[in-house]
Ligand binder design. Structure first.
Ligand SMILES: *Cc1c(COP(=O)(O)O)cnc(C)c1O
Length: 352
């Protein structure tokens, strides 16, 4: 049986609530390709919908909220940083499904009173129940541990009122959420085939690992061997992160009823483009955000897609990605971070 048809059948059998506008566009970066001698294509997950401020979390939420609705849930809990794209997209998606979003947001960058910006502003407009969690111990091995009693007490209170809570972990990076990106891979493969493009490399920004896991699962479903690079947005332990992503991919494949499996060697995690840490900008990455804007008129964000695009450009400059090869860069969205706190934006304002 045709592997694409088989994969699509598996996605349909699992089921989702349509929230985004798919397929997202795939197009060539003409000027950047001419400049570098590398054939560079971009997959526009930033155009996912449902609102102007979409991104890569919508695909995961399509599958996750289907499970929430089937279970009769009326409330969604999720977690992230105060400027979390995932939390904001979850709030949008929950609203569209008639559910109430409750967001637990760690203040990696402390928001200033009277200056509610970017995703936090959108969360407020959506009427999400936002809980800002002030970090007491930044070095704790489990960063959420210190907040668990507060979160569980809130859950118990809602449940005592007869509410039913669906829990979405950080980034929606569960096996079911990752199925959304297995689907994205199959969609992308179809677009490449139709355009006569044969990618040698796939580059994606990576945070909680679900996007990478899903892409790796989709690649396995189609028996493809495109070299897959995940550019990290935060420091993650070596080996542990790879195993976690492969584990999510394999659990997603199991959920789909597929025999294929993913190993950590199926992809390469690039750790060199984080800079000092998550949500901390740096000049070389911001230089490439400016380069993308000034050659192609496209915006990448300083937290994820900009650092990942910098990773791609560095791979091209150093010859790791050779001239004459073909790359697909997954634009995961996140441009709202361009309107976040100056600490996150760095020197992009041209003034700093
Ligand atoms: C969440 C996010 C990512 C990382 O995706 P994961 O599935 O968490 O690895 C990348 N880019 C943007 C813009 C995001 O919001």
């Amino acid at each position: 049986m045709d592997l694409t048809a088989r994969a699509l059948g598996m996605f349909a059998a699992l089921g989702k609530i349509p929230l985004g506008f798919y397929p997202t566009p795939l197009h060539r970066l003409e000027r950047l390709s001419a400049m570098t001698g590398v054939d560079i294509w971009i997959k526009r997950e930033d155009f996912s919908g449902a609102s102007l401020f979409g991104g890569n979390k919508i695909r995961k939420l399509e599958y996750l909220l289907k499970e929430a609705r089937d279970a009769g849930c009326d409330t969604v809990f999720t977690y992230g940083a105060t400027q979390s794209n995932h939390a904001m997209q979850t709030a949008c998606a929950a609203r569209r499904c008639g559910m109430d979003p409750v967001l637990w947001l760690r203040a990696v960058v402390e928001p200033k009173a009277g200056e509610v910006r970017a995703n936090l502003l959108l969360d407020a407009i959506l009427g999400a129940d936002v809980h800002i969690l002030h970090i007491k111990d930044r070095a704790a091995p489990d960063v959420w541990q210190q907040f668990r009693p507060e979160i569980e007490a809130w859950r118990a209170r809602l449940e005592s009122e007869g509410r039913k809570v669906y829990d979405i972990p950080v980034g929606g990076s569960t096996p079911r959420g990752a199925v959304g990106f297995a689907h994205a891979y199959v969609e992308l493969a179809g677009q490449c085939e139709a355009a006569g493009v044969r990618p040698d490399y796939l580059f994606t920004p990576s945070g909680s690992g679900g996007t990478l896991a899903g892409l790796a699962a989709g690649r396995a479903l189609l028996h493809h061997n495109v070299k897959t690079f995940a550019v990290l947005s935060g420091h993650k332990p070596e080996g542990v992160y790879e195993d976690k992503a492969a584990g999510i991919a394999n659990a997603a494949l199991e959920l789909l009823g597929a025999q294929e499996r993913v190993a950590a060697r199926d992809f390469t995690v690039l750790r060199g483009y984080v800079g000092e840490g998550y949500e901390i900008p740096y000049k070389a990455a911001n230089d490439d955000i400016r380069l993308l804007a000034r050659t192609e008129g496209l915006f990448a964000d300083p937290v994820y897609s900009g650092k990942a695009f910098h990773g791609l450009m560095d791979a091209i400059r150093t010859g790791r990605v050779e001239r004459g090869s073909t790359v697909v860069f997954v634009h995961t969205g996140g441009a709202t971070a361009l309107f976040a706190e100056p600490a996150i934006v760095g020197d992009l304002d041209g003034l700093s």
